[in-house]
Design a protein around this ligand. Sequence first.
Ligand code: NAD
Length: 514
Amino acid sequence: MPNHTPLFKRLGLVNHPRFVAKPPAQPGTTIITSHNPATGQTLAGVRADTRASYARTLDTAERAFRSWRSVPAPVRGQLIRALGDAFRAHKADLGMLVSLEVGKIIAEGQGEIQEIVDIADFAVGLSRQLPGHVFPSERAGHRIIEQWLPLGPIGVISAFNFPAAVWAWNATLAAVCGNPIIWKPSLLAPLTALACNAIATRVAADHGHPDIFQLLLGTDEEIAKPLVADKRLPLISATGSTRMGRAVGQAVAARLGRSLLELGGNNAVILAPDADLKLAIPSIVFGAVGTAGQRCTTTRRLIVHEKLANKVCTSLVNAYAQVMTKIGDPTRPGTLVGPLINAHAVASFEHAVAAARAQGGTILAGGARVKRPSLKGGHYVQPTIIRAPATNKLPIAQEETFAPILYIFTYKTTQQAIDIQNSVPVGLSSAMFTESYRTAEAFLNNDGSGSDCGIANINCGTSGAEIGGAFGGEKETGGGRESGSDSWKIYMRRQTSTLNFSGSIQLAQGITFQ
Ligand code: NAD
């Protein structure tokens, strides 16, 4: 068994008071055990929070807010600049930890940490330009201004598949906006969370604000649900399944709090008859099998014009045959597909394949677990292609199965393709490959009749968003936006002020009140 202690040491885990090098075999709920999905072996453990440490964490965040909000935004930006530098310095090690803990291949593990660096850069720029507006007043000698103010401690709940970047999207923007952060990560990736939060806390302490990044680790019952219900947190940002979002959204709404929901996706690529297949095929393969199909933006459905269907199926089957030889240990260079996160995910994969078969789907590639002796103990499945029957009816494809399954549908008209694309309950990412301006505009039509997703790309796959644009989706994906553009606004409260320098009292709408 490989010795990960040097890696854990370099990341400051070994001496961390919450780190448990050898968790007991039956840990209960006081220690969260981290498993390597590529081998099934235990990596280490992290001490869980208790009701008492929960209470301390919330008190600390309230105190931290009172001092942090008074730090000028450009000075807050300097702390985030140092945070970005610290993650740059630890990129290789943290990327490896992500690979070990959630099974991403090395390039993707490191890409995840690069996203932290990128969003930190973005946040530093933002800290110098958090804008406001001035509006003309109808009253002489008056001005109306709109300013944005820090909101309060922010609760961040994250999913296993982006165990570091999603926290950073929230934490860096929320911090330059003047808010402390309390992070409740997925219990499937506690070591990544502990390492990232420890780095952030060290940087924050060096800048005199040791308490702005806090971590709460514990079960949903003990920690996450109380956090969601806690009135001291004006915003809960939650990333995960639609099931989770429904529960969190309702609990936050019940206390009239604000929620930012980033939930599941069931993303499609449309191939128009004039699609450039040299661009499309690699984009579909990366989108469908990258991260072993465990991205919210994974390509799960391919909607291909009937003229191209057979040719595209053949190209994809050939490409998948190559990919099958690159399934393996995600920490090895050359691997393209790592494991699923756990045995439960493998069971969901098998359930979806069986359902697709029963519903008339044809398995063109994959469809089974990988049973190579060298991969024993790991949760590996084959990237799978399933062609829908001629009726295009395949109910299982309406669901997000977090595994590398690509369902193929055919269509005759552009409108039919868009209708199939929009027929699922979620609306995160979508893409079309075409050389025709008119077809592309039908997909992006600004009357809203095209793609109904938060992301709609032309000649570019569904996954791999950059941090510059706002990220998020519509319908049951939750409607939240994170990362670039004006996503920062959710972490602030808006205040409208009318300033009267006329020396007289005038009422709006011309009302006189003598
Ligand atoms: P999950 O819903 O099982 O868990 C996500 C997080 O929510 C975890 O931290 C979990 O502990 C917490 N949680 C679950 N139920 C809760 C409750 N009732 N109250 C409070 N917290 C609760 O999701 P997962 O399996 O970790 O991640 C995969 C899912 O996340 C997929 O559906 C994927 O599409 C989605 N996802 C979405 C985005 C996005 O930006 N839209 C990004 C990454 C992942």
